[in-house]
Ligand binder design. Sequence first.
Ligand SMILES: Nc1ncnc2c1ncn2[C@@H]1O[C@H](COP(=O)(O)OP(=O)(O)O)[C@@H](O)[C@H]1O
Ligand SMILES: CC(=O)OP(=O)(O)O
Ligand SMILES: [Mg+2]
Length: 390
Amino acid sequence: MNGLLILNAGSSTLKAALFSVEGHKLSPIFRAKLQFNTKKASAIVNGRSFFFKSDNKKEQIKQFLLKLKEEVCHLDISLIGIGQRVVHGGLKFTKTIKISNAVIREVEALKKIAPLHNTPFLEEYEISKRVFKKIDQFACFDTSFHQTIPKSLKTYPIPLAWRKKGIERFGFHGISHKWCFEKAMELLKLNPKSIKAITCHIGSGVSFTAIKDGKSIFNTMGFTPLEGAMMGTRCGSIDPGILLYLLQSKSVSLKELDEGLNKNSGLLALYGHNDMEKLLQDMKKDHPRAAFAFDCFTLSALKEIGALASLLNGIDLICFTGGIGENVPLLREKIGMNLAYLDLQIDKKLNQQSQNRSIHKKNSPCKATVIYADEESAMAHEIILFFNYV
Ligand SMILES: Nc1ncnc2c1ncn2[C@@H]1O[C@H](COP(=O)(O)OP(=O)(O)O)[C@@H](O)[C@H]1O
Ligand SMILES: CC(=O)OP(=O)(O)O
Ligand SMILES: [Mg+2]
């Protein structure tokens, strides 16, 4: 049987999924996840857990990929390709492509503006090439879905010389936003052409997309995945004057500034950990910083949603996705309460559930859904479309 292996390299996890391919038909066979951020890195492959002896990240990736290969061979699957999630496609890459050395050189050049994402992909790709040898690999970009953002919303009001360097809004999490919107359309049996929607990807990274006629018209992440709402370890939008102040007063080096904004801000900075599940447990124990960080996180999300709702002149639908968007009813309830002005009424009982479903009250003019962020299935579909297109 033919199969397609999908790899999704993130800052703290490497997720994988294997699909069987029969013509256009894709069926998931198994999923796997390697978790880096724990004291002892662990992986789950096809339902079985593994712990790694080595604390070297590259060695863990190699062992994980070898396990995947073993499993693929054991199932007698012949791989027709490997799909890779690449977060930043820059100006060059606007759709799914076959990976070549030239592609890798371009992605390499974008490392500086997506350090948490393009770097782990490049590390993992080099290892996967050695493990899977001659199998063709394909890149799906987080930035592709946002090609339709109009110029007036892509352009930063900065000097022309800087804009000429290619500094503009790209938008991210596109694979997830597109999938989430399409699944919501199927679930609610709606015609995308007549819908104004906001998709909320709330996980380690957080971004919101305004969608009109099925197309992205704005994403709250910008030139890099740092802009927009507060995140797990990223600050989101802050006064750029703060950066100037820190640099001018020589309080931080460039490296410290980068690490501070990307790795040591967000929930981690305000609560002490970037794990929302842990934060919610601490909130129940009246941990003061947990409750404060949760409030900041919710309000930051609301500010972004409000801005997008204005761009769209009202919305028909809001969709929640991502590890937090799917699993934290309290966050959805708090957001919902502040969106009454958009005619959204969340049903408290339906909102307790986390699988793909609608969570609005029966007569609510504005609809709301929770959708599982299945970036791996979305990428597998993109690659099959690519095969049929070339
Ligand atoms: N059941 C849950 N309850 C609360 N938070 C959860 C749950 N599952 C995942 N999360 C949170 O989701 C976040 C990770 O989201 P995810 O979309 O998996 O991120 P990434 O893909 O960037 O690794 C973490 O803050 C994690 O604590
Ligand atoms: C683009 C981005 O922030 O991705 P993630 O949420 O997976 O970190
Ligand atoms: Mg993710």
